[in-house]
Design a protein around this ligand. Structure first.
Ligand code: ADP
Length: 636
């Protein structure tokens, strides 16, 4: 260690160590992707320099064209990548190549089980990046200098990937980053021109930055001098993929481009590439990832599109182009109308952005519709990963409510599975003759709602009911009033009216029963006066004795629980008590002369109905006391 080079040895953040370990063990069968990752970073570095030089042209220093050069040395067993992009300062190096700044990383790493097979799929949620160098190298040296800093402020970073790294200040006359990979003994194959060229063509052809390999020199003829100058050859196509016509782009190119911009390791599920001309002019290329990133629900997680203006990279994570409920979409938008010095603040206010946002949102929804229609299996995967996020849509995006509703998937009484696979369109196609409503029931869990007494009459009549058990479902349904002209009906709410699904005879019979039970209704009202808002004869039940319905305007159980959990005061509301006149217990109750016992039985029925609805009892001890009293009386 010497004072003038300020050499320092630092430890990697714990998460980096874990990531390195995970990566090396997950990616052994696909090692060559390290090159894609490093080239992707170099390309980003060139984009950043181009952008910063708009305001500060002096950053371009020598003015030489931006490029990345890949060289190798078979004897020394090294591969070197040299870019003239933005480079890094000492501080940049220590944070970017020593820590992982993404929020939630530590939580994510806690999911590691230590079982390599199980853990290896997690890497897909994380992305690999710079550290992938250690898949093939047992030592990595980075020499870098940030554009604009003096030559004496270059930095040398070096690590064997085993827990620590060294940084030292060096002289680096050329700006940018040179990465030297000291290949592991059994990875020597990468120190080879042919191999490198193939890997670059395979994964990085779409990179807009020229990737240059040294031209192989023909051996100098006798008496001739070998040329002193190195000659370079660009091996990739080096044009922005999204500017090329769709018909010329292969699926593999779209996929590799996604991995570059999405920092993802897996192929996307779908994409949509469009060129818009007319009043507004822009290109967009939008992707649906196959897997949710680990930080999908972190508030600060990166989201938004990569913004270019006339091919010049402007910013990552431009959030103004898509609504929040589509935050999982990755992609690029390249506008001809925006100014090169557009900022995040301007983006938020610009009316051009609003109309682009509207159009891009529609493109995404169309892309998802197509996926659902043409690739139902893939759509299932999409729904598992992103369904919860899409459910935020109807509240956020009123204009597209119907379209979003069509993309939603639920469990239902039609399927005997907890998997959410039923769409509203399919539901309506199966609807009964005369059914002009979409019936649903919300609750805690699939196991609980699928046996709910609220479903009894629907079972009897063969009417399908959607079962909604995600935490946000009740909230979602407060924004969804209808689909395809059919209103939604919560089967646990209000006075169930099956409309045309009940025949005239049914209705007449119901009225007659109700009349004959008026006395019982009054007695129950008296017994349950403090606990219920109303008592009535039910026509929802076939097997259970009683049920609790929620008042038309009252908060449901889920909403109440959410509000209570967030510390808000929830208005007290009393449920409606409905009883099944044909049930033997009710008949018994009706004939019960002893007022005390009538009261006990009524309270027990009430509490049981609350339990069946998934609610907790206000006074469980009271329930137990009354029940035991009855049991004792029974057994004597
Ligand atoms: P990611 O690219 O997903 O952010 P990486 O681990 O690949 O993660 O890289 C971490 C950071 O290191 C980058 O975001 C960038 O700031 C910096 N970096 C990596 N390679 C280069 C490079 N060639 N030139 C400049 N900065 C780089």
């Amino acid at each position: 260690m010497s004072a003038d080079t300020q050499a320092q040895t630092l430890g990697f953040q714990t998460e980096v160590k874990q990531l390195l370990h995970l990566m090396i063990h997950s990616l052994y069968s696909n090692k060559e992707i390290f090159l894609r990752e490093l080239i992707s970073n170099a390309s980003d570095a060139a984009d950043k320099l181009r952008f910063e030089s708009l305001a500060k042209p002096e950053l371009l220093e020598d003015g030489a064209p931006l490029r990345i050069r890949v060289t190798f040395d078979k004897d020394a067993r090294t591969v070197t990548l040299d870019d003239n992009g933005i480079g890094m300062s000492r501080e940049d190096v220590i944070t970017h190549l020593g820590t992982i700044a993404k929020s939630g990383t530590a939580d994510f790493m806690k999911n590691l089980t230590g079982d390599q097979k199980k853990d290896s799929h997690l890497i897909g949620q994380f992305g690999v990046g710079f550290y992938s160098a250690f898949i093939v190298a047992d030592q990595v040296d980075v020499y870098t200098r940030r554009a604009g800093l003096p030559a004496a402020e270059g930095v040398h970073w070096s690590s064997k990937g085993e827990g620590e790294f060294q940084v030292a200040t060096i002289d680096k006359p050329e700006r940018g980053t040179r990465i030297v990979l000291h290949l592991k003994a059994d990875e020597a194959e990468f120190a080879d021109g042919w191999r490198l060229r193939n890997v670059i063509k395979k994964y990085s052809d779409h990179i807009a930055l020229p990737i240059e390999l040294e031209k192989e020199q023909a051996p100098a003829a006798e008496g001739e001098e070998a040329p002193a100058e190195q000659e370079w050859e660009t091996v990739n196509r080096a044009s922005a993929l999204w500017t090329r016509p769709r018909t010329e782009i292969k699926d593999e190119e779209y996929q590799e481009f996604y991995k570059h911009i999405g920092h993802d390791y897996e192929n996307p599920l779908a994409w949509s590439h469009n060129k818009v001309e007319g009043k507004l002019e822009y290109n967009s290329l939008l992707y649906v990832p196959a897997r949710a990133p680990f930080d999908l629900y972190h508030r600060e997680a990166p989201k938004g599109l990569k913004l270019y203006v006339q091919r010049v990279f402007i910013m990552d994570q431009a959030e103004s182009f898509l609504p929040l409920y589509l935050r999982f979409i990755k992609g690029v938008v390249d506008s001809n109308d925006l100014s090169l010095n557009v900022s995040r603040e301007i983006l938020q206010k610009d009316p051009i952005i609003d109309s682009m946002k509207g159009a891009l949102t529609k493109r995404v929804l169309d892309m998802l519709e197509k996926l659902a229609q043409n690739e139902p299996e893939q759509y299932k995967g999409f729904w598992k990963n992103f369904g919860q996020v899409l459910k935020e849509g109807p509240a956020e995006d009123f204009a597209n409510k119907e379209k979003i509703a069509g993309l939603l998937r639920f469990t239902s009484t039609h399927e005997d599975s907890a998997e959410q696979t039923v769409g509203l369109k399919a539901y309506l196609e199966r609807a009964k003759e005369g059914q002009d409503k979409i019936y649903y029931l919300t609750g805690e869990s699939y196991a609980q709602v699928k046996n709910s007494p609220h479903l009894e009459v629907f079972r009897k009549k063969g009417i399908e009911v959607l079962l909604l058990t995600d935490r946000i479902d009740e909230w979602l349904m407060s924004y969804l009033t209808d689909f395809d002209g059919k209103g939604f009906v919560d089967v646990a709410r209000g006075d169930l009216d099956l409309g045309k699904l009940d025949s005239d005879e049914d209705k007449k019979a119901q009225e007659e029963v109700a009349k004959s039970k008026e006395g019982l209704v009054e007695r129950l009202k008296g017994a349950l006066t403090d606990t219920v808002s109303e008592v009535r004869v039910s026509h929802r039940l076939t097997d259970s004795p009683a049920i609790l319905a929620i008042g038309e305007q009252d908060l449901g159980l889920q909403m109440r629980q959410i509000l209570e959990a967030s510390g808000q005061k929830v208005p007290d509301s009393k449920p409606i008590f409905e009883f099944n006149p044909a049930h033997p217990l009710i008949e018994k109750l009706d004939g019960e002369p002893d007022e005390d016992r009538f009261k006990d039985l009524a309270h027990i029925l009430f509490d049981q109905a609350a339990l069946a609805a998934g609610d907790s009892l206000k006074d469980p001890a009271d329930y137990v006391r009354r029940l035991n009293k009855l049991l004792v009386e029974l057994s004597v």
